[in-house]
Design a protein around this ligand. Structure first.
Ligand code: LLP
Length: 442
């Protein structure tokens, strides 16, 4: 459940109308709901109840400082994949003792900084990385807490670009080979083995693959225990999916219940790294229709957000719901409009609060970027006029954090709503910031 809803005809974030946010901060603009973020984080935390656990928000999903600070205040840990994410967590007041460092390519300087601030655990993805962490820890005179990220060869049944737990993926250490690597790790003076980690993919909509992975991880934990290597925690990664359109993913409570049932009385601390399930439906991307452009084959609605702001539709063919900020009054005649000729455009640009409601039509919602793949939604039935505001739902995760300056477009503003207040939590990038770090030749 989220806190984006219509009051009358107007879409609100909590108690604030999105139209007021667009007027105050401009578009395109990301809008997050504090109540939704808190609710989703608590859903995970409560679901694991009294079982020892730590919910580490995957910072890559949404790395805005206000989001991280809010979660830190709730007691969250953080899953990071770069020193940049680590610095964000620290700047947001996160506890380094609750930070898990994932990722296949940790540089020496990144490992050193993590050792310096004393993170909770490195999720190690290769033997070379293990050797590097050991050497750096010895050099500093510390012992690095490590977990091996094992690749359990489980099909997450998600999009191939976001499935990570198959043998052919670059992630993790083959679960069959992991035992020997653990034995080696346990003998290194710079390392302390503390856990087993796996992350099989993202946007999973069923529990089966999670449970398969857990079972494989438990077998490994048993084999390690038999050799005197004690595992303190199991980190099962992130990956729980959300509803974008008509998916029906399990809730955190059902996920946690299934894990608990399988774990029984085993005393492992459970670490989870959810990103999307916490932030995804806690944010929308607010955008305005610039032009309606009927062509012989399509009706294009060209909006002021683009693939540089929200890459998921272009990159994965992802579908996210697109809804009007001002919901049209129901008009049975226009719903039934039978002809397929494009609606006249020129007479539609009027004050959205007084103009007659246009007919619903099938629109391609596209941005201004010079790529055919720059679409945000395809074949969406909407009643649109130029100047209308739209909200692209499910944009709180992998939205702003994947945005770029492609086509020299400044990155969007980010706003967090808290009850009846809207706070600017990242101002829109300025044009001069676009090339502030660049130099011409002497
Ligand atoms: N832990 C690790 C090690 C990960 O690689 C990821 C995501 C997560 C946790 C969080 O997964 P989540 O709970 O958010 O599913 N850009 C893609 C998603 C890429 C996910 C990468 N890893 C998208 O927009 O769908």
């Amino acid at each position: 459940m989220d806190h984006f809803h219509y009051q009358g005809n107007q879409l609100h974030a909590e108690q604030v109308p999105l139209q007021a946010i667009a007027e105050r901060f401009g578009t395109p603009c990301y809008v997050y709901s504090r109540a939704t973020l808190s609710r989703h984080w608590r859903a995970f935390d409560d679901a694991l109840g009294t079982r020892p656990h730590l919910i580490c928000f995957a910072v890559k999903a949404n790395s805005n400082l206000a989001v991280l600070n809010l979660l830190a205040r709730l007691g969250a840990g953080f899953d990071i994949v770069s020193v940049g994410e680590l610095e964000r967590v620290l700047a947001a007041g996160g506890d380094p003792g609750k930070v898990i460092f994932s990722g296949v390519g940790k540089r020496a300087d990144e490992i050193e900084r993590a050792l310096e601030v004393g993170i909770r655990c490195f999720n190690v993805e290769s033997e070379s990385e293990l050797a590097r962490i050991n050497a750096l820890a010895i050099e500093r005179g510390v012992v690095a807490p490590v977990s091996l990220r094992v690749n359990p060869d489980v099909d997450a049944q998600s999009h191939p670009y976001i499935s990570t737990g198959l043998k052919e993926n670059k992630f993790g250490i083959d679960i069959e080979a992991a035992e020997a690597v653990y034995r080696h790790a346990a003998e290194q003076p710079g390392l302390r083995v503390v856990g087993i980690d796996c992350h099989i993919g993202s946007q999973l909509t069923s529990l089966g693959p999670f449970i398969d992975a857990l079972e494989r991880v438990l077998l490994l934990a048993d084999r390690l225990a038999a050799q005197g290597i004690t595992i303190e925690h199991l980190d099962l990664g992130g990956g729980l999916g959300i509803r974008y359109t008509d998916e029906d993913p399990p809730l955190p409570a059902a996920y946690a219940a299934a894990l608990s049932e399988r774990l029984g009385a085993r005393a492992f601390e459970v670490i989870l790294e959810p990103g999307r399930a916490i932030a995804g439906n806690a944010g929308v991307l607010l955008t305005r229709v610039e032009y309606l452009k009927p062509t012989p084959t399509h009706r294009f609605a060209i909006v002021d957000a683009a693939m540089n702001d929200l890459l998921r539709p272009a990159l994965y063919g992802a579908e996210q719901e697109i809804v009007p900020v001002r919901r049209p009054d129901p008009d049975p005649k226009s719903e039934l409009r039978p002809d397929s000729t494009p609606a006249p455009v020129a007479d539609q640009a009027a004050d959205p609060n007084t103009r007659p409601t246009p007919s619903p039509e099938l629109y391609e919602i596209v941005g201004p970027v010079c790529e055919t793949g720059d679409f945000l939604g395809r074949a969406r039935r909407l009643a649109l006029a130029e100047g209308d505001l739209l909200a692209i739902r499910g944009s709180g995760a992998y939205g702003f954090s994947m945005s770029s300056n492609y086509n020299s477009r400044p990155r969007a503003a980010e706003v967090m709503v808290d009850g009846d207040q809207a706070h600017l939590v990242r101002r829109r990038e300025t044009l001069s910031e676009l090339f502030a770090g660049e130099e011409t030749l002497p």
